[in-house]
Design a protein around this ligand. Sequence first.
Ligand code: 13P
Ligand code: SF4
Length: 366
Amino acid sequence: MNVLDVLEPSQIPNRYKEMSDQELEIRAKQIKKKLGPNLYIPGHHYQKDEVLQFADDTGDSLQLAQMAEKNQKAKYIVFCGVHFMAETADILTNEDQTVVLPDMRAGCSMADMADIHQTIHAWEELQNTFDDTIMPLTYVNSTASIKSFVGKHGGATVTSSNAKRMIKWALSQKKRILFLPDQHLGRNVSYELGVPLEQMAVWDPLKKELIYEGDKQNILVILWKGHCSVHEKFTVEHIHALRSQFSDMNVIVHPECTFDVVQAADTSGSTKEIIDAINHAPKDSRWAIGTEMNLVNRLIKSNPDKHIVSLNPNMCPCLTMNRIDLPHFVWALDMIEMGKPVNEIKVEDETAHFARLALQRMLERV
Ligand code: 13P
Ligand code: SF4
């Protein structure tokens, strides 16, 4: 027996790994047909093609949250994405609906960079320094507990598609914001809104300290020290290297990339904005894209009339997104068909209540 089979927490039986892709695909189609509208499969754009082909709807984080809110009918929602997205779907759907994540190891390293204990501690420290002048905002790429904390304290969630609108709103409500857990998205969007870097501080959850030089009362944006390990792999050197090769290269990056990369790029935009920009780009135009590799490869395939490369030539896909593969997907469907769903995502009631508030404050503003 392989040691990984013993360690694997999701307990998928070996036979699924032994089935061919063709057998797995046939099984997925059969179950989808049999369950009909009782089954709903949303899929994030960063998912592998092998599972995304079965999605009823595909989207970025914002679209997936909107779809989950809309679909109150399907008994089972098999989420092709990562854990925080499945939690959001559970929070926004009703009690009779079951959300399943085919592989529980599909987490998000960024979401893991802010835990609730660190957040409570940071909030207490920041209240001591700034009194009641802070609005908390959390990127949807965060645990349900963080969303709940933010909802309880009058704040809201944001996605990369609406971060600008939400930060603007938050700064109209309170003098300053605490933005969790992605420092880069918070910094890039706040800067775009006109907040100078000199008025942004960083909260370091490990050192438990506010990093800032100068009079703290000037701070408008407090950025949690978290990042996406995928988007941090794009550098300004990558941009210079491609531009020196091709003078007509357009560089488009996701705002989870670092400030320097976003500043050096021609454009930055959420997953949906990147897809729209590429799909509407003129024939023969040249693009370097700074985002997740499954999506970049799909854009390359679906736009053969354009010259598209990854901004980082050695980029690989998001490892946790890739946990959702065909064997896990078909196993999850089989177990639903047998009436014994596995890997159910259930957010505890009180946490869900306040997290829903944070999500609704966002959804009613988009
Ligand atoms: P969006 O779907 O909001 O662009 O987020 C990107 C991402 O990193 C999802 O995990
Ligand atoms: Fe998390 Fe980044 Fe992967 Fe998105 S791409 S799931 S933010 S690690």
